[in-house]
Design a protein around this ligand. Sequence first.
Ligand code: BGC
Length: 732
Amino acid sequence: MADISALSLQQRAALGSGATFWTTTAVDGVPSIVLTDGPHGVRKQSGSATDHLGLAASEPATCFPPAVGLAQTWDPALVERVGAALGDESRSLGVQVLLGPGVNIKRDPRCGRNFEYYSEDPLLAGTLGAAWVRGVQSRGVGASVKHFALNNAEYDRMRASSDVDDRTLREIYLRAFEQVVREAQPWTVMCSYNRINGIYAAENAWLLTDVLRDEWGFDGLVVSDWGAVRDRVAAVAAGLDLEMPTTGRVSDADVVAAVQAGALDEAVVTLAAQRVARLVQRTTENTAGNASFDAAAHHSLAREAAAAAVVLLKNDGGLLPLTPSRLAVIGSFAQVPRYQGGGSSHVNATRLDIPLDEIRRLAGPHEVTFCPGGSTPDAVADAVAAAESADTAVLFLGLTAEEESEGFDREHIDLPGDQLSLLREIVAVQPRTVVVLAHGGVVRLDTVAELAPAILDGALLGQAGGGAVADVLFGVVNPSGRLAETVPLRLQDTPAYLNFPSERGHTLYGERMFVGYRWYDARGLDVAFPFGHGLSYTRFEYSQLQVDDDLTGLRVSVTNTGERVGREVVQAYAALPASEVSRPPRWLIGFAGVTLAPGECQVVEIPVRRADLAYWNGRWVVQGGDYRVSVGASIRDLRAEATVHVEGDAATTPFTRESTLGELLADPIAAPVVMAAVADVMPAGDSAAGLGVDLLRMAASIPIERMVGFSGGKVSRAQLDELLAAINSRRS
Ligand code: BGC
């Protein structure tokens, strides 16, 4: 690696900012590298027009399913293969860093960029994000986990402050980033545009240095989101290494001047330059091979991933898979598919599967009529007539690119009214109607679910989605996709409904850690389709749940009791009924997929990380106690349950005079000592019982120090201190 300390201050500052929109600056001995979007395809712009909004042209690349679709596979091995293919494409297109994955939590279904994120659950997002990073980086290409952190809305994203408490921040919003950093060691992390509790992410030393590097051990480079740096000097001081895109060297001059004025430590500039040089070295040292990629093989992988992403939401009467018959295919998305989201991630696909063509291919000799549908009376009449004269209607519904994108949020989650009217008219004449959905953010589905006997949810499936949908419709592929986010009954039911987006520059994360299913479960709300839901053309039965001591893992037998080969996604959830802090009724602690032939039974093993039992209280704490473990096919379809005792973490916070009677009595070591001591002070058990009250319970919130006064001289301060010291020494 080049000797950075031998470079001039000016050169070191220059390494820390871009040369162009997509390249770093070349300095003596350190060549320039290319960073580009990401995440579901390589958007390499080679013309003179460059932008971060997906407007100008880019070179052809495979458009894999965007994160919203990929997440529905619940399959880290598949995501890792997609990542590796993306790494190969990056190399062949001359890209050294691919800007992804996006592991922000889907806090509200209105966020315009939800299609680029995985889930409402941090474990699912973190597991899939880590797999993606491993895949990309296995090819010598750097990943950039983004947008760090709390970029959960598009509205005012470059200014608004995400105002959040510590527990929520740690348990929900930093969690997936932490998992990706610890498990997959990404070479870069991209800081977000927004502020966090008032401080811009790019200038946030706590976030970029204390947490990311010192706590999590991140050893890579922090790059800004494009245009996220307001004050480069403050950003470098906080731990930002690379500002993108170029500022025409303006911010380099700011850095140099600040060092010369003694306002910025030169050592941090050198460190940032070293990290850039290290990234350049990591991404350029093994450049042999991959001069081209196999577009056909990648298209097949895109089709495999897309098919695995399709969620069978509903299938009354076993309407699907289709048996060869006369079909009416209705809806313009069948001919002009909606397959990716708008904005910086927009990929120029190498080719595009058209659902209608793929359906016709699989329908064989049977007649397939097509009507685009629409809202005019003639178009509706044609579609209804076609549906009526066919054996089955397949109706494509969804959101257009204009209705959702990076850069803005939706105001509602409804499907267009004319689509619902068309559905109504079609099911009135054709009871065998299958709905196929395309959308980036969650849409309200109560009406669709009420009317249509069968629903396939493709979210966004990438360039091979047309083939994948046809494969699932005809049973070439048995669907195994699972929802990675809850479909609520109404927007008003959603957790952040009253606090979204920001108001006067602040977004209050008032629902705290009750995001997604955590909220619907805690509030006992019905939903249209729960987290983790997805049907199959076969059936699975669960038996013999065995949970390891201390909940380090579990095993459950799963049997395919149907007639087709299928993949089940077994989900494990934990609950702690006696939690000392507010928690959701249950939360995801692991999952695993298993593919079974008809009649086959396998034991599915799910390891559980102790970290996934912990809550944040200034540090991660695992509360000891009896955890209820459930496994099932969705959070609302639990098939087996067991209770297991988990040893808690050793207490490290000593008791003080401020500790309450309740806190002391909840501690197994302190309780007997305190009980003995207060026995003298409190009225005797019998007389308390005579009053019909539970005195200890009533007194639980009294700081122990006040017992000195209440004891009327029986206990002195010195005795209390001695008691506390004895308890603390036995606990440590
Ligand atoms: C987006 C990033 C993207 C960057 C470069 C920004 O507007 O937020 O996700 O990587 O542009 O295109």
